[in-house]
Design a protein around this ligand. Sequence first.
Ligand code: HGY
Ligand code: MN
Ligand code: MN
Length: 438
Amino acid sequence: MTHPTVSHIRIDQDRLWSSLQDLGELGAYDDGETGLRGVRRLALTDEDIQGRQLVLGWMENAGLTIRIDQMGNIYARRAGGSDSLPPVMMGSHIDSVGTAGKFDGCLGVLGGLEVIRTLNENDVVTLRPLELAIFTEEEGVRFGTDMLGSAVAAGRLLLEQALEIQDRDGTSVRTELERHGLIGDVQVPITPPYAYLECHIEQGPILAAATRQIGVVQGIQAITWKELHITGRAAHAGATPQTLRRNAGLAAAMITVQLNEMVESGRYGQMLATVGRHDSYPNLINIVPAKVLMTVDMRNPDGDSMRLMESHLDRYLAEVERATGVSIASRTTAKTPPVAFPIRMRELVAKTATNLGFSYMEITSGAGHDAGEIASISPAGMVFIPGLYDGISHNPREYSTPEACADGINVLLQAVVELANHPAVSLEAHTSGSALVL
Ligand code: HGY
Ligand code: MN
Ligand code: MN
């Protein structure tokens, strides 16, 4: 049966939930800070590969054909009635930060799988093929730049440069992809899909506070990551007068306080800044710190304000060098502009949520996502669901209910099938009303 309406079809909430729990066991650890089972499945580690193998098995059981690109990104394909048409793609990531929960990224991948399993059970064949993607190193916490796999797939980052990036131990992306046999034959940049839709937890408090079931994501804020290598001079904490000190720890503290003042000043709009990593050397009580490696994560929904923030920080680093006598080497390790998803994708998500009887609101994503990369080559959109506990994420307390997960994936199913039944005209032509509307 091809292109029937599927408005009566719903996903299997329990099957989705148990797949999230099963995947969450791979890389699971006992988290001392929360007393909970967390997930540590950094990109291209053995735990990540175990997760990929579990999901690949499920994909094959669902009758999907698997392709892998030169960055280890996985594309699992479900044939369409007109299989030569560009596919509608769903996807996300299953690599995690070091202290993760079970939902970040996994909901988008396992939710896409649940959509496919549900269509299989209902003998629905869409006009266009469907593809379910798993992107490599979305989190950026191992190799230092986020959305690495999808940025190469979309052509923003060059493959050769990406393959040479090393983790903290000096192991390169290339070495790890080769070790796991993940350098596939699909060329990057990939052929753009017809459209891309990703379901993701919000990772913040907004939807829950507004008691909305679905977030229609307008776009993603700009992200800049910097690594600051501060070099001072070790010295005895008791015998070295203030005037002789080159205190790398003091420099790091001044920078951290200045970033907070930049945020609090409001001069840069809705700026956010985070010093997430702070490695001090020699890190001993009676020695003036000789070196500090610190990271700066800056976010801003406005690209111009981000540029002003960055030049303010650069000027301030020079001031800190003069004031403390340290030297600071600053390296930008990630930099993505703000992303606006096309109105027609946002309208589709909003209409679908309404048809399903869900409350929704428009929201800008605080977090970066693979959808932000694919948006540069295809019409892309995102479906958010709320989380509990102020939507905490990147922490084992991350939690969304089985019902909320199912709501998001039911929206994904209906919206993806509608897109996949668009006839062979451009999405623009179709939604502008100038083409046949099924
Ligand atoms: O950092 C981010 O926003 C995403 O979780 N990689
Ligand atoms: Mn994510
Ligand atoms: Mn994340």
